[in-house]
Design a protein around this ligand. Sequence first.
Ligand SMILES: Cc1cc2nc3c(=O)[nH]c(=O)nc-3n(C[C@H](O)[C@H](O)[C@H](O)COP(=O)(O)OP(=O)(O)OC[C@H]3O[C@@H](n4cnc5c(N)ncnc54)[C@H](O)[C@@H]3O)c2cc1C
Length: 403
Amino acid sequence: VSEATYETAIIGGGIVGLATALALVRRGTGPLIVLEAEGRLAAHQTGHNSGVIHSGIYYRPGSLKALNCTRGREALYAFCQEHAVPYERCGKLIVATQESELPALDALAERGRVNGLEGVRRLDRAETRQFEPHVSAVAALHVPQTGIVDFAVVAQAYARVAAQQGAVLRTSAQLRQVRSRDGLFELSTSGGTVRARHLINCAGLQSDRVARMCGARPRLQIVPFRGEYYELVPARRSLVRHLIYPVPDPRFPFLGVHFTRRIGGQVEAGPNAVLAWSRHGYRRGNVSWRDAGSLLTSLGFWRMARRHWRMALAEYRRSWSKAHYVRALQLLVPEVTSDDLVPAGSGVRAQALDERGQLVDDFCIQSAERAVHVLNAPSPAATASLSIGEEVARTACAQFYGA
Ligand SMILES: Cc1cc2nc3c(=O)[nH]c(=O)nc-3n(C[C@H](O)[C@H](O)[C@H](O)COP(=O)(O)OP(=O)(O)OC[C@H]3O[C@@H](n4cnc5c(N)ncnc54)[C@H](O)[C@@H]3O)c2cc1C
């Protein structure tokens, strides 16, 4: 292998790409390069999320999400401890605000038990108030495994360790074209050409396009959903001690607006889940004609729209009207007012949609010739990253070396 030729190229320097790099360098699979489009690592989903280390309570038993979240969560806590990344295992409440939500709350507790969570406790109204004095609840679940961390800091730490073990990390290198020649991929990027024997696609919001560039025909496409946050003004942070979540609507992969204490002490509210017309649509008015066009010309999109238009309208209403947003938050903490909240940025989720118009619920990792594509890695993929990295590395080694 000559100097400019790598055994493996990973496309995407987010937390999944970097965790995969870590898993591969540990296996000693040969020269490895991570190609990142932006001028810095963790520039998209990894640097724009809620910073919650999820417990694994929500996910269908046996799913990749359930398996990798519970495994990845503990591996992440251990990694943060070992590499001095600040984190806190603070626990969270999932709150039923009306009697009709109690069966769903009990179903979640049972799911948590099946997923191996110990110590999840059902709290009555008075016990809930001991944890969170300002919460309005009929009952709640206390989930002790949940924590908080800054995932951009985690990703930097993965990058540091991977680089120490020989991985090359190249930023400002957006993959633009892939040619296959003499058993090698020739990767044209905005930062020059790189040759690699194998390719692993961890391109998040662009993962379907990168897969197509490589000649794969994924039967799904990425739909961007923006999540907009507010933040409690410092004088009102005492309204929330830890993390307060609603009982989620099982028809959607999103958790509903919630309160999250950040590792830096701020308290965030959100995120909502608004269909974005640009894969980098961090602001309301952002439209990319290419991204909007690929949605509007896909049958899957229209099937999804027909099924979920009511929910989409409610999300748009909460996006455009602070009063509507605040009303959703007041279901959890009635004392919170519009004056207590200031806008606090946003993130864009990469959510895969299949041809039938279904939002793909589970993580999706597909093998192709000399390549592996990570085609759906939404929340809790940051929590699960070390386990997903292992899973991708295992899939890659089986595919590339039959091992
Ligand atoms: C609003 C929001 C809240 C969330 N909250 C949580 C949470 O609390 N807990 C949790 O566990 N998860 C959460 N998530 C999910 C989590 O952030 C993602 O699952 C995770 O960051 C995915 O990592 P990734 O590496 O796949 O994607 P990304 O971080 O998006 O990385 C993909 C990278 O690929 C690069 N790339 C794209 N195209 C190319 C190209 N052509 N060439 C080179 N590079 C390219 C991009 O620039 C990007 O850096 C949240 C996500 C969002 C958006």
